[in-house]
Write a new protein. Structure first.
Length: 339
């Protein structure tokens, strides 16, 4: 199968921001069936009524439970694995829960896909998995290792498992732009942790494009990164205020526990092996066996490559950032008075 038309696709965590956008995209692309696996029955019911599409099927369950995963995956052509615990503070307080969902749950999804002959599994990761300093990033890094280990240990599997890694997705649930909007509407100061902190910017539609690219171009164990632009948190706050037509009133609250000054999408070691694909970087699987003697006896020459992070990528100014913010469907609906 070379496209999503007439395909059956399972989305774990399908009622979240990524899932909602992916579902709409798949239905538009002519999918035969779109399955949503998630824990929240209220969100499933809301999605069912809002979309009202006979091609939708909803599975109540949790990726921690292999049986519920099997029910949603059996017969699928593709799986997009977005289910995760993503909030940094909650994962810091409950790291054991992050492990159960982000690591064990991911292993359940991958093994179920393999057992049921799924063509391709794309696992959603985050820039916080690179040089992780918090539990969320650490468990996402282990999720990546789990996906890569499967590819390495199952070279004859019919299931291609790959990873997409990206930074902040604008207006996704729990992200900062909805917070800024609420603060402006409530006439409260816009709170920023550290004005000079930099973050990647990416739209939900761009995240879907990256997943599509992985579905049809990945080799087992591949990691894909979009060449995203970035801006400072202060620039983003000023851009949102400009779009909303108000003068920015910004209050600095300081860096929170588990935060970085900048985020990294490719580490130095990954950049050395990355293949430039135009809009994306592809990092092939390190397919070494368990025999490490050849790597101990002889090293490899390292080209002069630097990591790809939010400090050395294209830096957007307020006007450029405002243009991106203004194009967001949620912002357009707000400005048009539809919300």
């Amino acid at each position: 199968m070379t496209d999503l038309n007439n395909a059956t696709i399972t989305i774990t965590g399908g009622t979240g921001s990524f899932g909602n956008t992916m579902v709409r995209h798949l239905l538009t692309e002519g999918a035969a069936e779109v399955r949503v696996l998630s824990r929240d029955e209220a969100k499933q019911d809301e999605m069912r009524q809002r979309l009202s599409d006979s091609r939708m099927r909803f599975f109540l369950g949790d990726v921690r439970d292999r049986h519920s995963v099997n029910n949603a995956v059996a017969g699928a052509d593709f799986v997009f694995h977005a289910a995760a615990l993503k909030q940094v503070p909650s994962c810091e307080f409950f790291p054991d829960q992050a492990v159960k969902t982000n690591v064990v749950g991911s292993q359940n999804v991958i093994e179920s896909a393999h057992a049921h002959g799924v063509q391709s599994v794309v696992c959603l990761s985050t820039d916080k998995a690179v040089h992780p300093v918090n539990a969320m990033g650490m468990t996402k890094a282990l999720m990546e290792k789990t996906a890569q280990a499967f590819a390495r240990n199952h070279p004859t599997s019919k299931t291609t498992v790959s990873i997409t890694r990206y930074g902040n997705v604008m207006y996704s649930r729990g992200s900062v732009i909805p917070l800024f909007v609420r603060q402006i509407v409530n006439r409260d100061p816009m709170t920023v942790t550290e004005p000079s902190m930099t973050r990647f910017l990416m739209s939900l539609d761009e995240s879907v494009d990256l997943v599509n690219h992985a579905f049809f171009h990945a080799e087992p164990g591949d990691l894909f990164v979009k060449k995203a632009a970035a801006c400072t948190v202060e620039t983003l706050a000023q851009a949102v205020a400009q779009v909303m037509g108000v003068d920015p009133l910004i209050r600095r609250i300081g860096i929170r526990h588990g935060e970085k000054m900048y985020e990294t999408l490719l580490a130095n070691e990954e950049s050395m092996h990355a293949i430039d694909q135009g809009e994306y970087f592809r990092v092939p699987l390190d397919a070494r066996s368990l025999d490490y003697s050849v790597y101990v006896d002889e090293g490899e020459r390292q080209p002069h490559m630097t990591q790809f992070d939010s400090n050395n990528t294209q830096r957007l100014d307020v006007a450029q950032t405002a243009e991106l913010v203004r194009a967001l469907p949620e912002i357009q609906a707000l400005l048009d008075g539809r919300v």
